[in-house]
Design a protein. Structure first.
Length: 353
């Protein structure tokens, strides 16, 4: 009897979800577009060249310096000082090299310092190479460079870092928007009042709705992984079963979070505010797009205890380095604790009216 009720609730919930094109766009199409956009902008192979604008009189750069920069895979664009000033004022250049008398000067955009300092390091290295050659000292010794993922399995583009992040972000979006906002809307419209007059158990309803979301996020994950393989050549290095277990655990965690958040909102506007209040900090602090290595230590430690951070760590370890679930037990434990606390809270606070 309970199994039939659960199945009917699942089928009905899935049909209702499929009738909302906007929800499908944000859950399936949006992550794919983010992967294509950010992956294309920031990805690059080991032979990718760094671009540098050089302000030189008559747009003629010093040959020795230009040769050294070329060897360091820096693509130099020599322009006149007048052209360089216009380019600089556009605000798009992180770094500009200037010829000043018999020497050089580097101008760094303070707003883009994080992007510009690696370029500065390459220019400084090129300058040292030029000086060493001029003194007949030969080549400068360089520290060997090895490109690999944290697990040491293989070299991969930024898209390989981004894809698991988008998988986790999608689970968060599912919880705080596809669950919380829908739950508030159903309560405001009085649909829950009608369900209250039926013998439908709350636990059966919540479980069926979570399964609907799980099916959706699995389909979204499949779309992301397929696009990642076809466009960027990145593939899952671990077990697809392990990946599915992490997705299932993340779905349970963030769906529970969504129902708990919805229980505190009595209007759609309040629900939207609560959803964004939770979504934005988790998205910014959990390392979805970039690492928080440069953040203060206390902030990094706090972020490590949030539910999304350990989930992303586990997803990246499995997807990029072929790690086992056993090796990710500390991260899984944190997610499991969050899931239990959130599910218990959501179940206790859930009401039909």
């Amino acid at each position: 009897m309970i199994a039939n009720i659960f199945l009917s609730q699942f089928v009905m919930g899935l049909k209702l979800y499929l009738r909302h094109p906007a929800a499908l766009f944000w859950m399936i199409a949006f992550p794919v577009l983010m992967l294509l956009g950010l992956g294309t902008v920031f990805s690059g192979g080991a032979d990718q060249q760094t671009r540098l604008v050089w302000s030189a009189p008559g747009a003629i750069a010093d040959a020795a310096m230009q040769t050294a920069l070329t060897e360091l895979h820096v693509q130099v664009e020599a322009v006149t000082p007048q052209q360089a000033e216009l380019r600089w004022k556009s605000g798009k250049l992180p770094v500009m090299l200037e010829s000043v008398g018999n020497g050089y000067a580097l101008r760094v955009n303070s707003y883009l310092a994080a992007q510009g300092m690696p370029i500065v390091s390459l220019v400084q290295q090129g300058f040292l190479m030029v000086q060493a050659r001029a003194l007949g000292s030969g080549e400068l010794a360089r520290i060997p460079l090895q490109m690999e993922s944290p697990g040491g399995h293989h070299d991969g583009p930024y898209a390989a870092f981004l894809l698991p992040g988008l998988l986790g972000l999608n689970l968060l979006m599912m919880g705080v928007f596809a669950v919380a906002m829908v739950d508030v809307d159903l309560r405001v419209k009085g649909i829950y009042k009608r369900l209250a007059t039926t013998p439908l158990p709350r636990s059966v309803y919540l479980s069926a709705q979570m399964l609907v979301r799980l099916v959706t996020v699995v389909f979204s994950a499949a779309a992301l992984i397929t696009v990642g393989a076809l466009v960027f050549g990145i593939h899952n290095q671990g077990s697809y079963l392990d990946l599915l277990v992490l997705i299932f655990l993340g779905t349970a965690c963030f769906a529970s979070m969504g129902y708990l958040l919805a229980s505190f909102a009595r209007t759609v506007e309040a629900g939207n505010g609560l959803a964004n209040l939770v979504f934005m900090p988790l998205m910014m602090l959990s390392g979805v797009y970039f690492s928080l290595d440069a953040a203060p230590a206390w902030l990094q430690k706090t972020a490590d205890l949030l539910p999304l951070t350990p989930l992303l760590k586990a997803l990246r370890s499995v997807f990029n380095d072929g790690a086992s679930l056993a090796s990710q037990s500390p991260s899984i434990m944190i997610i499991a604790v969050w899931t239990v606390v959130l599910f218990v809270g959501a179940t206790r606070r859930f009401k039909w009216v």
